[in-house]
Design a protein around this ligand. Structure first.
Ligand code: UDX
Length: 439
């Protein structure tokens, strides 16, 4: 099939290359000239394991190209909308400027019988508005909403082997036609027996925000338990293990620590609350406000704990921060809890050095006020305190004996409950973590 992918950021670039991998002819349309040029050369503008190989393979096959010219999307049977929907600057709602302008440009090249498939995360009700815009100008073109659930760090796998396919289809005769087109796009995924959920627009839009809200709630739930563990001396890790064995609950996303960040969870729950307010249903989502509050409180608590273990003053203390990305296997620092904590420590007078295997380049651009190191050892040289804030595998694997030789004081705060406490303590470290008692 001929496909176009509008917007080649994280989601769009991975989607475009993955669709080419499935055998389709794909044109990626990206307004940022530099980004389009880099992708066309096989250069990945972000860190994502396995993506560079996929991109190069897809470009090499001749089935994938990138352009800044919308005209080149003409003639594609399905046009995937993959532009960003960031949080508005001054309020919680989602900024739909990019979606609207992408659809306007697309309308100029759209022909009857073609399908626009929305993948961006949008406030519920957006698809119906876009469908009206399209129908007005190209009456026989169609719109479907086909949300994407990819996780950073696992984006290639999540795109090529999704847990489920969700199709929000138009009413009436266009519904089955749109479905057949999506089934053809995803035929190799469908034939593997991947579950499909076929819905109206509203449900498909809500599936995405509901899923992200649930995940955020699960993380904040365990972090609320961590607060209580801190108040009682209980251990949140054991608590999570014990409740996680109940398969109605499940152990995944019950890792207590610094909480969630990134480009999706925080903005999506805020946009969902804002949309509920517009719909007069704000009460239904007031709990998400608390989910957000619990999440933000963990960062404050981490700084408090750091001050506490530094004899109640951070002034002039050398602090090594391990991890800057919002999660491991990513160089994404959007709303990163790690960087937020690092900046707060610095504001309180600590001499902070940050290490991260992938995110330092991005950090230097956005947080130039912080000091960066090329390795955990360099960050920890003569440190009074080491903080693990993003649980990269190489940090989990640090040898506490050798690492102890670098620092001034063997004191570690495990912000992700990711280190092997016993071996760090056996190597003479004083170990503290969120939601766990001091020994
Ligand atoms: C998320 C959703 O998982 C994905 O389905 C959606 O498409 C986009 O948003 P992502 O932002 O890549 O994906 O990261 P995710 O793996 O969900 O982690 C989000 C944040 O939660 C990270 O900061 C992570 O460190 C934190 N987290 C995750 C916890 O604090 N504890 C956990 O148990 C799990």
């Amino acid at each position: 099939m001929r496909l176009s992918v509008i917007g080649c950021g994280y989601l769009g670039a991975v989607h475009a290359a993955s669709m080419a991998e499935l055998g389709h002819d794909v044109i990626g349309v990206e307004v940022d000239e530099a980004k389009a040029a880099r992708l066309a050369k096989g250069e990945v503008p972000f860190y994502e394991p396995g993506f560079e190989e996929l991109l190069k393979r897809s470009l090499g096959s001749g089935r994938l190209a990138f352009t800044t010219d919308f005209e080149q999307a003409a003639g594609a049977q399905v046009h995937f909308l993959c532009v960003g929907t960031p949080q508005k600057r001054s309020e919680y709602g989602a900024d739909l400027r990019f979606v609207e302008s992408a659809v306007e440009s697309l309308i100029g090249v759209l022909s009857p019988g073609e399908l626009v498939a929305g993948k961006s995360t949008v406030p519920v009700g957006t698809a119906a508005l876009l469908a009206d815009m399209i129908e007005d100008k190209v009456p026989d073109a169609m719109l479907a909403w086909n949300p994407e659930f990819l996780r950073e760090g696992l984006a290639v796998k999540d795109t090529l082997e999704p847990d489920r396919l969700v199709y929000g289809l138009p009413d009436g005769e266009a519904g089955p036609v749109a479905r057949a087109l999506l089934d053809e796009v995803y035929s190799s995924i469908v034939s593997r027996g991947t579950p499909q959920v076929v819905t109206d627009y509203q449900t498909a839009e809500m599936v995405k925000t509901a899923a992200n809200s649930f995940l955020a709630t699960k993380i904040s739930f365990i972090n609320a338990m961590a607060e209580l563990c801190e108040a009682t001396g209980a251990d949140v890790k054991q608590l999570a293990d014990a409740i996680g064995y109940d398969d109605r609950i499940g152990r995944k996303f019950l890792n207590a620590g610094l909480g969630f960040g990134g480009g999706c969870l925080p903005k999506d729950i805020r946009a969902f609350m804002a949309r509920a307010g517009e719909l007069g249903a704000d009460q239904a989502l007031t709990f998400l406000r608390e989910v957000d509050n619990i999440n933000m409180r963990r960062r404050i608590r981490m700084v408090e704990l750091a001050r506490q273990v530094c004899d109640d003053s951070l002034l002039g203390k050398r602090v090594a921060v391990l991890g800057a990305a919002f999660k491991p296997n990513s160089d994404d620092i959007r709303d990163s809890p790690a960087l937020n904590v690092a900046a707060q420590l610095q504001l309180q007078g600590a001499v902070v050095r940050v290490a991260d295997p992938a995110a330092v380049e991005n950090c230097r651009k956005t947080w130039p006020q912080l000091d960066y190191a090329d390795s955990p050892e360099e960050a920890a040289e003569r440190a009074d305190l080491v903080l693990l804030l993003t649980e990269w595998q190489q940090y989990r694997d640090l040898d506490p004996v050798a690492f102890g030789k670098v620092v001034k004081r063997k004191s570690v705060l495990d912000g992700r409950n990711a280190l092997n406490r016993e071996s760090w303590e056996a190597a003479g470290w004083s170990y503290r973590a969120l939601g766990r008692r001091a020994t």
